[in-house]
Every structure is written in structure tokens, then in C-alpha cells.
Design a protein. Structure first.
Length: 346
């Protein structure tokens, strides 16, 4: 899709045939048209627009490629409905682009909540909705005969989800931008920094890392957009720490414009919940000595400094504090974080 020209446009009456055709195609392929479908598809201006809703289309190289509707339920709730991508344009990310545009449109219209109804056998669609931040909620009867799942998204809160390969591009972009903003002042040679970022935050490399069973990535979502992530290695031994079972928190990055909104804390909570289920003796991490903001955050979450190590990037050697926190243990335990000695490059 990178080489294609993709645009989002608003509904006009002459676009009704596309709205009907795209949706008829997938409904009739998997199910059958219900009366409510006929009414909405044949008279979208009455069914959607007149009641305060909206309909969007996506074009690809000036060809209509997909559509989605936002049906107003009440003053703050909209139903995300009748989302369809024309078959020749599937597999290009069109559905995600269209969906994110609809979420932004709903926000501008005053929505604080989105709901949708779907069918579990539509696996690609369900996976997309989960990626966007929708979560399953109780399903009432009588809305659509074919539906067996209802999902919702609160637009005024941050949600955390387990990352998959489809998040790799966003994670790479956030990692590259966050590291650059935090560490740029400490590099004598900017070329060293740029080369390190290009090497470390390549999207295919991130996708491969997500797929490794020892790695866990969490993403923070706001209005369907990835705004931060955390990476954990469930088993990662620091040889200078005497504890047997060790988990490494490798990264927590949040886009700068979302700092101070509890995003990092929400990601940290997921990391700690993962630790409760996998039972390491402790969690350790390293952080640039100069990154005092991050160090204060980790200290607030129970980590303490227990060592120092050095890491070479390009022609420079950087000092990193090693910090660790004991995993959740019974109150009677006298467990403490073991000492760690300073060590060199790794």
C-alpha cells in the first residue's frame, strides 16, 4: 500500500451504490441479507446520516476500495457498522486505515464509546477489531440474527493489548522516535545514533522478535492508535545476579505527547501481571544513567539500582544503571534483591 494513493472521503448520495455493493458482497458470501441490512444499504441517508451518523469511504488510486458507517446510538455512543473492503483491495491494510479514520471521525463527533456486532467466523475482521482496541462485551439478543459477538471500545481511555506481528511497524516507529528523543543529547556523533536506530528498529526484525516464544510485547492503544509498548524476555539471565529465575524488562517506550497520562504505568502493570503468572524470582532492567526521568519511574515501581554496566554504540561507550525488583512474594518471605557487580560491554 506504500506506493498507492489512499484517501478517506465522506459520504455523498452518488456513492450509495458502492456502500451497498461492497457490503452485499461479504454479507451474501457468508450469510444472507436481513431486513435491517436492506434498509441500511438501500437508504443509508435515512438509516445513518439523518440520525446523526456518518459514512466514510476509502479510495485507492482514485478507485473506491471500502466503506464503513458510524450509526449514532446516543449522544456519546456510536455503532461501528457496515465495514467492507472490496475484494481486489484486501490484504493491503485498507481495512485498518479505514477503521482508524472512522475512530477519529467518531471522536470528533463527540463519541466516547464505540460498539460493533460481528460473527466469530469472520476471523480477519475480529483480529483487526482486537488490534484496534475493541474488547468483547456482553451480547444482547435481537440486533442481528447472524451476530454472535459484541465488542466495545472506550475512546476516552488507554487500553493495553498483547502485540502481534501486525503491530511491528508501529512498535518500530515508536522505539526509534523515543530512543532518538531521549538519547540524542548524549551522542557526540549523530551518525552513530542514526545507524543504531536503523539497525535496532527495523520492522521486520521487530516482527521476528514478537514471534519468539520467550518474548512478550504489550502495546498501549488510544483511539485505536499504538502510542507505546513494552518488551519483556520471560527468561533472561543476568550472570552477575545470583537469582535463578530472572525476567528482563527490556523496554518501555511511550510517545512524548502521551507522557504524564498513565500510559507507562498501565504497561508496567501488564508486565507485573505477567511476572505473577510466570513466577520469576526477580525482574531486572538497564537504563541509561542520564535518563533520570525513567529511573524515577522505575524506582516508583519498586526497582532499585544494583549495579552498573557499559554498552558501546558506534564509537561511544555509555553507562547504564542496572535495576531490579523482587517478584511478588508472600509477606512472610525475607527475599531481597541480590547484589550485582559492575561489569563491562555485552
Amino acid at each position: 500500500m506504500k506506493s498507492d494513493s489512499v484517501k478517506i472521503i465522506e459520504y455523498r448520495s452518488e456513492y450509495q451504490p458502492y456502500f451497498e455493493r461492497f457490503n452485499r458482497a461479504w454479507i451474501e458470501k457468508h450469510f444472507y441479507l436481513e431486513e435491517i441490512d436492506r434498509y441500511v444499504l438501500e437508504q443509508p441517508e435515512k438509516a445513518i446520516i439523518a440520525n446523526g451518523g456518518a459514512i466514510l469511504f476509502v479510495t485507492c488510486n482514485d478507485m473506491f476500495a471500502g466503506t464503513v458507517a458510524l450509526k449514532k446510538v446516543d449522544h456519546t455512543t456510536f455503532e461501528f457498522t457496515k465495514m467492507a473492503v472490496d475484494e481486489p483491495h484486501r490484504g493491503k491494510g485498507i481495512g485498518e486505515t479505514l477503521s482508524r479514520a472512522a475512530i477519529e471521525k467518531a471522536t470528533r463527533m463527540g463519541a466516547t464509546k464505540l460498539i460493533l456486532y460481528s460473527q466469530r467466523e469472520l476471523v480477519p475482521a475480529i483480529n483487526l477489531y482486537r488490534k484496534l482496541g475493541f474488547k468483547e462485551i456482553p451480547l444482547e439478543q435481537g440486533v442481528y440474527e447472524r451476530c454472535d459477538i459484541k465488542m466495545g471500545m472506550k475512546l476516552d481511555e488507554i487500553s493495553i493489548a498483547r502485540a502481534n506481528a501486525s503491530h511491528a511497524v508501529a512498535i518500530a516507529a515508536i522505539g526509534k522516535r523515543s530512543f532518538y528523543e531521549a538519547c540524542k543529547p548524549f551522542f557526540n556523533k549523530q551518525q552513530d545514533l542514526l545507524e543504531y536506530l536503523d539497525f535496532t528498529y527495523e520492522s521486520e526484525k521487530i516482527a521476528d522478535s514478537i514471534a519468539k516464544p520467550n518474548n512478550v510485547f504489550f502495546v498501549a492503544l488510544s483511539k485505536g492508535r499504538v502510542i507505546g509498548f513494552a518488551k519483556v524476555k520471560k527468561q533472561s539471565i543476568n550472570k552477575e545476579i545470583s537469582a535463578g529465575r530472572q525476567m528482563e524488562l527490556q523496554k518501555i517506550y511511550v510517545l512524548k505527547e502521551f507522557h504524564g497520562q498513565g500510559v507507562a504505568a498501565a504497561l508496567m502493570q501488564q508486565v507485573l501481571e505477567l511476572a505473577e503468572s510466570t513466577h520469576p524470582d526477580l525482574i531486572w532492567l538497564d537504563v541509561l544513567v542520564e535518563n533520570q526521568r525513567a529511573i524515577r519511574f522505575y524506582e516508583k515501581n519498586g526497582f532499585r539500582k544494583c549495579g552498573l554496566h557499559y554498552f558501546t554504540i558506534g564509537s561511544q561507550i555509555f553507562s547504564y544503571d542496572v535495576m531490579a525488583r523482587a517478584n511478588v512474594l508472600p509477606e512472610s518471605s525475607n527475599h531481597s534483591i541480590p547484589e550485582i557487580m559492575s561489569y563491562g560491554n555485552h
